[in-house]
Design a protein around this ligand. Structure first.
Ligand code: SF4
Length: 272
């Protein structure tokens, strides 16, 4: 692999490839500028709570996170989740749960928003990931948290995200070989925690898998569209013929053919 440019992998890139290869082509192959993402109240709440949790992690003072969340939600462009809205209430309720979560974690050291990358030259890839919070709980024991604020999360997607964050934290923080990591997706809206207990061997297997995925992604040349419910969240939708066609025609073409196949003569029942 020496001399060859390393293939960059992120959680979003991998998930986009899995979801729809046309969307992947738009975002990572075409070179087109990315459309500005549409801001939704749920998205504003998510960003605001993440920013508040980062402040809380940095200083340990709940007032710092609350002040950050308050200012963020009062910004005119965030009026959809501003004071007086149900979204504002939801954001502060989630932050309240975040403060409880913070108090429940007893750690020797902690880091907010650990965003890093690491090359794996043997595999020809470079992996980038961000962990919302990392704690050293004790000698050889660590915790990685991804805060969630949505109504629900897809388990398999969350698991893959945690595995990626685990790999990066293990390398960037130079964890000893025998260290174990509790990787948690902690939903501050529902209070639910999804936990993965991960070891050095798990990290090696994740890297192995990423190397193979990178080879598949690099070899892709068709980039066929996979329209579905996810099109509703796709920033490229206005440029996507496949989604427009599906919306226009739906299954009518097949329904039409079915009508032709079941012409009355074929199924006529003769009664005496
Ligand atoms: S609109 Fe749907 S089918 Fe088209 S690129 Fe986006 S996700 Fe894929």
């Amino acid at each position: 692999m020496s001399g060859e440019e390393l293939f960059r992998l992120t959680h979003s890139k991998l998930e986009t490839f899995r979801r729809c290869r046309k969307q992947y082509w738009f975002a990572y192959v075409s070179g087109l500028p990315w459309p500005r993402p549409e801001e939704t109240p749920a998205g504003i709440v998510g960003t605001g709570v993440h920013r508040a949790m980062a402040r809380l992690c940095e200083t340990g003072d709940p007032g710092d996170g609350a002040a950050e969340l308050d200012v963020y939600l009062r910004m005119p462009e965030h009026a959809a989740a501003g004071p007086g809205t149900a979204w504002w209430e939801l954001a502060f309720a989630a932050y309240g749960r975040g403060v409880e979560a913070h108090r429940s974690i007893l750690s020797e050291a902690r880091w907010a928003e650990l965003d890093s990358w690491a090359p794996a030259k043997r595999l020809g890839i470079t992996v980038q990931s961000k962990a919302d919070r990392v704690d050293r709980l004790g000698p050889g024991r660590w915790q990685v948290i991804d805060w969630k604020t949505g109504r629900f999360d897809l388990d398999e997607v969350v698991d893959r995200q945690l595995d990626l964050a685990h790999v990066i934290v293990r390398v960037v923080r130079q964890l000893p070989r025998e260290a174990t990591v509790r990787a948690v997706a902690w939903n501050l809206r529902t209070g639910e925690q999804r936990v993965r207990e991960l070891t050095r061997e798990d990290a090696a297997r994740t890297m192995d898998y990423l190397g193979r995925m990178a080879a598949v992604m690099r070899a892709e040349s068709e980039f066929l569209a996979t329209p579905g419910v996810h099109c509703g969240f796709c920033a490229w939708r206005s440029r996507c013929e496949a989604a427009a066609q599906l919306e226009q025609e739906g299954l009518d073409v097949l329904a039409e053919e079915a009508e032709e196949l079941s012409a009355p003569d074929d199924f006529a029942i003769e009664w005496d």
